[in-house]
Design a protein around this ligand. Structure first.
Ligand code: HEC
Length: 231
């Protein structure tokens, strides 16, 4: 009896774990659906154009957030972190942000790619939702040109150091000037897709400023993390 009890407890734990991962277990190996709450529904039929591209700032921001998570979990191992291809698979940042390339995107997303009976890319159409597909599309098309970010990294580090000082109560915060400088740099960082706004670290940091020392700290953190991949 003394031996049985822990064993039963173990079995119960294993069962609870299995029940909790039943959804994940139903997906083919390596494919992960993400929490896409907060994105507008898109219905059953596949759309031919990204509905989140011009869906308003809130939808756009949420789509990038969901898209980043879904892309990192399902696509990055072949298409590269941040969609910067290492050469294994096409560089998706080059797809044009237009309905023409949206159709090509959904074609590949739904069906994957095979050559001579070999799967080069798995099909995602039955395992990830259409909402998640368009979130990934939005994330991809708003990636900044990494070379342009590298070119601005010196200027961005100076602003980061200033923000760090402000967050500690040092220096004389002038948020309007800081925001203008970040916006100016953000405007010099394009997408490769032709989408008008690149979700660069400069853009992101400028959006975070709200007059509080906490926002100076988080904007500085955004710049530090974002620039660490460009060193
Ligand atoms: C196992 C590796 C692998 C994974 C994982 C993968 N892909 Fe691919 N993908 C490829 C390869 C290889 C190609 C090129 C296929 C061809 O045309 O020969 C490709 C092509 C594409 C294309 C067409 C690009 C072009 O320029 O023609 C799109 C769009 C695409 N993938 C999107 C995705 C998305 C979105 C995900 C994640 C949900 C993903 N892929 C996951 C390997 C992968």
């Amino acid at each position: 009896m003394t031996l049985r009890t822990p064993r039963l407890a173990l079995q119960a734990t294993a069962f609870a774990l299995m029940a909790g991962t039943a959804f994940a277990a139903g997906l083919p190996l390596g494919i992960t659906e993400v929490d896409n709450a907060g994105l507008p529904d898109v219905g059953e039929e596949w759309l031919t154009e990204n509905p989140y591209r011009d869906g308003g700032a809130e939808v756009w921001t949420r789509a990038i957030e969901v898209g980043e998570s879904a892309f990192t979990q399902n696509c990055a191992r072949c298409h590269g972190l941040g969609a910067i291809s290492g050469g294994l698979a096409p560089d998706l940042r080059m797809l044009e942000a237009s309905d023409y390339d949206d159709e090509w995107f959904t074609e590949r997303f739904i069906n994957g790619a095979t050559q001579d009976g070999i799967t080069k890319m798995p099909a995602f159409g039955d395992v990830l939702s259409q909402k998640t597909a368009w979130a990934i599309r939005t994330y991809i098309e708003t990636r900044p040109d990494d070379k342009a970010v590298t070119a601005e990294s010196h200027a961005l580090k100076e602003l980061r150091d200033e923000l760090t000082q402000w967050s500690k109560g040092e220096g004389t915060p002038d948020e309007a000037v800081m925001k203008a400088k970040l916006d100016e740099i953000a405007a010099r960082i394009p997408t490769l897709s032709g989408a008008p706004i690149a979700d660069s670290v400069a853009f992101h940091a400028a959006e975070q400023l709200n007059g509080t020392p906490e926002s100076y700290a988080s904007a500085a953190e955004t710049l530090t993390v974002g620039l660490s991949v460009h060193e």
